[in-house]
Design a protein around this ligand. Sequence first.
Ligand SMILES: [Zn+2]
Length: 275
Amino acid sequence: MFESVVALVAGLLIGSFLNVCIYRMPRDLSVVRPRSFCPACEHPIAWYDNIPVLSYFLLGRRCRHCGQSISARYPIVELLTAALFFAIVNALGPTALTAKLCLLVALLVGLTFADLEERTLPDEFTLGGTAVGLALAWFVPVDNDGIAHVLLPAAGIRLSEQWMSVAESALGAALPSGFLWLGGLLFEKIRHKEGLGLGDVKMIAMIGAFVGLYPTLLTLVLGSIAGSVIGLIYILAAKKDASTYELPFGTFLGFAAIFVALVGQKVIHWYTGLL
Ligand SMILES: [Zn+2]
């Protein structure tokens, strides 16, 4: 009970901070200073108008000073982060893995909405997240049945459990992102246009550093399928020009990675059980 309340409150507050990052990072603004301001009139927002979710509805979804409507993204990001933290804490209890997964989904929510709104995946989240994922692998084991556990002993390399976990994290970051980068390069050579941003490649590296190779490959497959299907439906429904419309691939990768982080182990076990 106590843990659930902490998870909800922490999720709301971190979601609120993610909203600041989503707006400011693509504009190269500091996420610490100045205090929160209205993006329309730049008037500072008082603390009582800045309470997650609640203020949005109390203010009637409008800025108190200029009357401009406030984006629904603010309460959505706060509620989503709180719901995900709540689900993770209830499934795993207060463990180191819980904290690590909460950090991962926070990064993913930030990237998902930054890409959707700004078509940008901030380096602070992708590259910074990759470094943090690699470091955390020392403390929280990454995939005990992963690729490094197969490759390294076969090559005669014996490592401690901690280094083995870091190796899983490093291979999880390097292999899928390298694969994606090569695929993008190939597409460019053949079609003579950019098919994939470097941000997507860095985002996949971040996901791999946190969860290892197999869950990241599953994320890539699910994200690509969802992106193609939903993207195509959107282009047709909204009558967009398919040759110029820029699909927020990071948004689909983000949702796929959240799904895989929460239930992916079950999907992978089910799949390898079929083989
Ligand atoms: Zn305003």
